[in-house]
Design a binder for this molecule. Structure first.
Ligand code: GLN
Length: 253
């Protein structure tokens, strides 16, 4: 009953967003508008008044190849796909995992990086691995609409009642620190940054899932998709992508 009502409300919201997006979409020619959620270090985050990170640098390199000017819109993760669908944004790039359900709404480019869904707990929590987390009656914080949210909600061992959703990953981590949730399921690299910044937290040695990150594009924009894939291929071949990733995630040794 509650779920059905939520569905109706969120369908209404999505439709409302689509209408307003079409009504006010004023994109300039030659501009590549990228929607992201810039609270996801090292992929996209705010630094010295600018949005920087792996995704930003790869997007800049693609835009340059396409002879376009990159414009970044910092929005909630959960609204990126709807905004690309309504053509409010040209691309969505936000450490975004390729998923079959998302492919029903948008196309994805070739993958440019891999991610892992990691689990953050308090150092003294007594939760030592993934099984203990799933089997216990723990509350799990996630970032709304992300794969962490989807996996936990759909996992028969966990389910909706144990999932607490936040619009920013950082808010989920703060809730973990203050004891409102017992764990956070989130992408591994941002997890490392959150743990470093917060203290008293640790990442479990067992992960939930491995994923492929890619750029999402409106289903009608097949020409743009092809151009992006061509640019990605070139940037992989000449070592640009590896260098950008190495800059933000230095390999050990
Ligand atoms: N990789 C995750 C997803 O696609 C999380 C992305 C994010 O929070 N920016 O859902």
């Amino acid at each position: 009953m509650k779920k059905a009502l939520m569905k109706i409300i969120s369908a209404g919201l999505v439709m409302g967003m689509m209408v307003s997006a079409t009504a006010c979409s004023k994109k300039k020619a030659g501009q590549l508008v990228m929607a992201t959620n810039a609270y996801f270090e090292p992929y996209e985050y705010h630094q010295d008044g600018k949005i920087v990170g792996i995704d930003v640098e790869i997007a800049e390199a693609i835009a340059k190849k396409l002879d376009m000017e990159l414009k970044i819109e910092d929005v909630e993760f959960d609204s990126i796909i709807a905004g690309v669908q309504s053509k409010k944004y040209d691309i969505g790039m936000a450490g975004m995992t390729v998923r079959p359900d998302r492919l029903e709404s948008v196309n994805f480019s070739d993958s440019y990086a891999t991610g892992i869904q990691a689990v953050i707990v308090k150092e003294d929590s007594g939760i030592t691995d993934l099984d203990a987390l799933l089997e216990g009656d723990y509350k799990i914080g996630v970032q709304q609409g992300t794969t962490g949210d989807i996996y936990m909600t759909e996992d028969p061992m966990v389910g909706d009642a144990r999932v607490v959703r936040f619009t920013k990953g950082n808010d989920a981590v703060l809730a973990l620190s203050s004891g409102k949730v017992d764990a956070v399921v989130i992408d591994n690299e941002p997890a490392k940054h959150f743990v470093e910044a917060t203290g008293g937290l640790t990442i479990l040695p067992t992960f939930y899932a491995e994923e492929e990150y890619a750029i999402c594009v409106n289903k009608e924009d097949t020409e743009l998709l092809e151009k992006i894939n061509k640019a990605l291929r070139e940037l992989k071949e000449d070592g640009t992508i590896a260098a950008i990733i190495e800059k933000y995630i230095p390999s050990e040794g």
